[in-house]
Design a binder for this molecule. Structure first.
Ligand code: FAD
Length: 517
């Protein structure tokens, strides 16, 4: 059975056996990728129970370097998480709820650590929100058993998706592998289940004994990322300026986007030179904003308040937010796709290249394809890349350089501030045609055409590739092929690593022979 299904049935079984559990002296909220007070289902449930039992709510967060390593978490994202923890601690403090941060050397120690905390605080109930990654599901299964043996109940809430994984089925009762029909069903489900957009309440102020009994837990120290090669002070300061932390920042970005940009989102979302998208992905990824809040807020901007009617901009944006749910549903149902394996086994036979020089040029934005180089430099310098450009550079890595998509997937996680396991894996699977719904024969992007179409006047390229800033006209898209050779050479801009037409043919052959065609 899938880890997700196993955990669900184990939770149901344990819940049936726990009617005799006692109330305890506190209730524990375990924060994970849900670093917010607003619309947090597990937090709401934990707070309600604490009030019902008339005991304090105590919050905890476990820092595990092994987890960061396993998910190849970038320094920008780790720092973003730490900055969020600081604000969360202060927000909880205003409600007299302590936040205790514990270092855990490895994942194996997590279940015992949570049990020890519960025992130290006299808690009989621990609340958290589901995480759908395989290792996290397995960790939660072990935690559930460890807590159960100590007569502590572990409650998990579905919170990170608008529609929980497993809720949407095809006519024949299967999981959808194709986004479009899945999204139609998603829209119908959300419209006919108003509870899916019901926002959870903020926690209430804590029981008066919280400061008396748990005084030592207040004002915890926040971990700090050591400054090193990659995480140097200049880079850190720039990232912190571009991406201020906190749910306040996330909410104000959401409302500004919905007031100013969302109505034109359908037309403008593919143009990378302007900030036409919400830039909310880092906040959704650490959970300082919920996708439910995004969809509800956007829908409330719609005159008709119904899914798929009214503003095209709003509907298109909601359909993008839904991609996040889609990839989580895929991950929960076919966990192996997020474990370095193609969706269809026959795609395992494709012979990828591992050319280090090509890979380094791609990473550093020195491929000689200006749109690709601009995009890679945007990510290297800001921790974020525009969605259209993510598709362009991913297609370029797999289908022009024929490099193993897993190298690109990892490099993204090492550098993105919004690195999200399911969405990143889904995006790479889509671009490399190894994920659900693979389309190797027509999903090959021509970087030059993409550049002309989506960065027509070259503003995005000029911004990120300063060597080319003096090139006027069409030469900006292909300096060596379109008469800007002298200037490009003078400024040290490299020649194209490959000829797209030839690579395209090679990619088609590579897929065909891998698939035995
Ligand atoms: P908006 O256009 O404003 O969309 C709103 C939200 O919807 C986003 O914040 C995001 O949470 C969600 N969303 C939008 N498009 C997608 C999508 N295609 N897949 C999943 N969710 C989506 N997104 C991540 O959050 N983390 C990743 O690690 C990540 N890696 C990617 C890798 C590749 C190769 C590709 C092609 C896409 C990847 N995406 C990833 C999806 C997408 O590029 C970003 O979510 C988007 O660019 C974020 O910008 P925004 O917040 O302005 O998005």
């Amino acid at each position: 059975a899938r880890p997700f299904d196993r955990l669900k049935s184990l939770l149901a079984e344990r819940a049936r056996q726990q009617s005799w559990f006692q109330n305890g002296k506190s209730v524990v909220m375990w924060f994970r990728t849900d670093l917010r007070m607003q619309d947090n289902r597990a937090l709401d449930q934990a707070s309600r129970l604490a009030h019902h039992l008339n005991v304090p709510l105590v919050a905890c967060y476990l820092v595990s370097p092994q987890d960061f390593e396993a998910h190849v978490t970038s320094p920008t994202r780790i720092d973003f998480i730490y900055r969020h923890l600081e604000l969360l601690r202060d927000d909880l403090d205003k409600l007299d709820i302590p936040l205790h941060i514990v270092d855990v050397p490895g994942r194996a120690e997590v279940p015992d650590t949570v049990r020890d905390l519960a025992s130290r605080w006299g808690a009989r109930h621990v609340f958290a929100n589901y995480e759908y990654e395989v290792d996290e599901l397995r960790r939660d299964m072990k935690t559930l058993d460890t807590l159960h043996d100590s007569k502590v109940a572990f409650r998990l809430a579905h919170d990170t998706c608008v529609v929980e994984p497993g809720a949407l089925k095809t006519g024949t009762g299967n999981q959808y592998a194709v986004y479009t029909p899945w999204f139609r069903t998603w829209g119908r489900y959300v419209s006919s289940n108003p509870s899916s957009l019901k926002l959870a309440e903020r926690p209430k102020k804590n029981h008066s004994s919280a400061r008396e009994n748990h005084g030592d837990l207040f004002g915890c120290t926040i971990p700090e990322l050591e400054v090193g090669d990659k995480w140097n002070k200049d880079y850190r300061d720039r990232i912190r300026m571009i991406w201020p932390a906190g749910e306040g920042e996330a909410s104000s970005r959401l409302s500004k986007f919905c007031d100013q940009k969302i109505s034109d989102y359908a037309e403008n979302r593919n143009l990378p030179s302007e900030p036409n998208t919400s830039s909310l992905s880092p906040y959704l990824a650490v959970g300082s904003l919920s996708s439910r809040t995004c969809v509800k807020y956007a829908q409330d901007h719609n005159t008709s308040k119904k899914m798929n009617s009214g503003s095209t901009g709003i509907d298109t944006w909601i359909s993008e937010v839904a991609w996040r749910d889609f990839y989580r549903h895929v991950m929960a149902h076919w966990p192996y796709v997020c474990m370095n394996k193609p969706f269809k086994p026959e795609y395992s036979n494709i012979q990828w290249s591992y050319d280090r020089e090509h890979f380094r040029a791609w990473c550093e934005g020195r491929t000689g394809f200006p749109i690709v180089d601009a995009a890679m430099r945007q990510m290297n310098q800001t921790g974020w890349m525009h969605n259209r450009c993510r598709m362009i550079v991913a297609s370029f890595l797999c289908k022009d350089l024929l490099l193993d998509w897993r190298m690109g997937e990892k490099y993204f996680m090492e550098n993105l501030i919004d690195g999200d396991f399911a969405s990143n894996n889904g995006g790479w699977g889509f671009s490399a045609s190894v994920g659900v719904d693979p389309q190797p024969y027509f999903r090959i992007f021509n970087p030059l055409l993409q550049s002309e179409r989506f960065d027509t006047d070259g503003a995005y390229i000029r911004n990120w590739v300063p060597e080319l800033k003096n090139i006027k006209g069409k030469g900006i898209h292909d300096p060596y092929g379109r008469g800007a050779e002298v200037e490009a050479k003078r400024r040290g801009y490299p020649k194209p690593l490959v000829v797209h037409k030839n690579s395209r043919d090679r990619a088609l052959n590579m897929y065909k022979s891998g698939l035995g065609k």
